[in-house]
Design a binder for this molecule. Sequence first.
Ligand code: PGA
Length: 247
Amino acid sequence: MTQQARARLVLGNWKMHGSLAENELLLAALRAADTNSSSQIGVCVPFPYLAQAAQALQGSAVSWGAQDVSAHEKGAYTGEVSAAMLKDFACRWVLAGHSERRAYHGETDQTVADKARAALQSGLTPVVCVGETLNEHEAGQTLAVIRRQLTPVLALGADAVARMVLAYEPIWAIGSGRSATPEQAQDVHAAIRAELAALGTPQVQVLYGGSVKAANAASLFAMADIDGALVGGAALVAEEFLRIAAA
Ligand code: PGA
């Protein structure tokens, strides 16, 4: 399947940034500019701001979502947020297995797959993140790590995977200002695409994340298997984020 058959998607990951006052300006700017973009755009905001995002973006072309979800449906899981709760706020997206969740919250490959499944069960689109550390990268283990991370996710089956988005985020490129080169990213995306094709789901969007800026977005998006971006720092500045989406 050609890249043209897959829509371009640019998602912002606000991480733990924002305030009611700051968000109001950012969301208003995104809403105002959404019709000019050639990409589908969404923002993944902190849980407390979902209602604000829903209100500000409702009826616009910009969709919204969260950065994490519980693998459990409901119950005695203090501090967790279920997929059904996210659905209550009309979320479209939820990140699953961002490297910061894997690193700081002990999320295993299986946990990430369980979260993706919970998201799908509530009608959300999980954005499953994979990526290698700098050590793994330098040891030439990138593809082995990505395949290991994807194994329990792909085991959910073609019907499930067809309703996901994947994101390749090399950990050494996140927040570092040092993006993977388009060719480096494309190599990994092509390997992910081959796994998807083997499952019968080659049309799944695969985003790149890690120091994406307006200055490097176009060269990344020119790659055959890069279908968009998951943007951290640059998603906090409306003009920069919109320039990425328009790249
Ligand atoms: P960055 O973060 O764009 O700030 O590198 C990307 C991410 O962690 O999703």
